[in-house]
Design a protein around this ligand. Sequence first.
Ligand SMILES: Cc1cc2nc3c(=O)[nH]c(=O)nc-3n(C[C@H](O)[C@H](O)[C@H](O)COP(=O)(O)O)c2cc1C
Length: 366
Amino acid sequence: MPDLYPLIRPLLRALPAETAHRLTLTGLSSGLGGLVAGAGEPDPPSLHQILWGREFPNPVGVAAGFDKDAQAPDALLRLGCGFAETGTVTPRPQPGNPKPRIFRLYEDVAVINRMGFNSAGLEPTLARLRARRRVGIVGVNLGKNRDSTDAAADYLDGVRRVGRLADYFVINVSSPNTPGLRDLQRSEILDDLLRQLVAARDEAAPGTPLLVKIAPDLTEAERTDIAALAGPSGIDGIVIANTTVARPPGLQSPHAGEQGGLSGKPLFAPSTALVADIYLLTGGKIPLIGVGGVASAADAYAKIRAGASLLQLYTALVFEGPALIGRIKRGLAEFLRRDGFGNIAEAVGADHVLASPARHQSSSPT
Ligand SMILES: Cc1cc2nc3c(=O)[nH]c(=O)nc-3n(C[C@H](O)[C@H](O)[C@H](O)COP(=O)(O)O)c2cc1C
């Protein structure tokens, strides 16, 4: 199947960003994903990995925010993703910020968004997750309502109500568009929050991995603190990273001054450096999901060598279309072969020399 995305790209580009996104989701959930080049191709066996006792046929996922209300997780899996993540979902419905709130920075191959957790609330997500056949890995990314005065209560509500419907949880304390949210990353707050959530997970969904998603804008001290509490808090992984509030010099687009979180190409280097930092600080003992600016197999491979076991992407899909997923998988398998790795798990963190080898991942038994 040829890549048809270049044919519809001008139409999507002519529409406001959020309308284009809604159309894409509608198309995917009505089965158009089957027409995407590479969808349905078998995954190269070298990409298969077992993490947290779960089978990931490949390490490429679509990042949170793409399918906030669980409208199309199975369509994303059918596109060839190794896993899908829905959310961020908030306990109660909320509209998010006024539109326009997504801006495409074509000159910079980037996006700025200030969605502000627009969410249909937990109920529709729960109904959709209950209705699906449980094939493939679908994680649920949880947030808090903007007007909530008790952030912990919102996240606990999410973990308890979603329970076993999630294949993994992500606690999102890093979106820049909900006032005060990123303060939850301060270690004295985060430690207590994560311990409560791990305890709630142990009751509502024992064995379901619980990950925390962090911002790329953390100071060195904050990175060290988060890495230090990761093991003792009992969490199972870290998603690195959310969008950045930084504006790297050299952005060309007229939208570069918009408020919100920047994603895409300018985020690749800082978010990959953060993966490397956290991998080293945690001794490679906790699986990491690398997100930020992945737009090619080479980018994906760099994240893996920096220490990510899995990858996610969002902004590059806006510019390149969904056939990118297949291109990344094929390219990754080729890089592994070139460098003499039999399986992707062997390449995780390959850029670093650790005092003792990481032990969290196992490759396919085949
Ligand atoms: C329009 C938009 C909405 C997003 N919404 C969320 C969200 O609801 N929750 C979240 O954890 N991350 C959200 N993100 C951040 C992405 O999941 C990802 O961390 C970030 O965009 C970096 O990846 P990328 O450079 O491949 O886009 C959003 C990103 C974009 C562009």
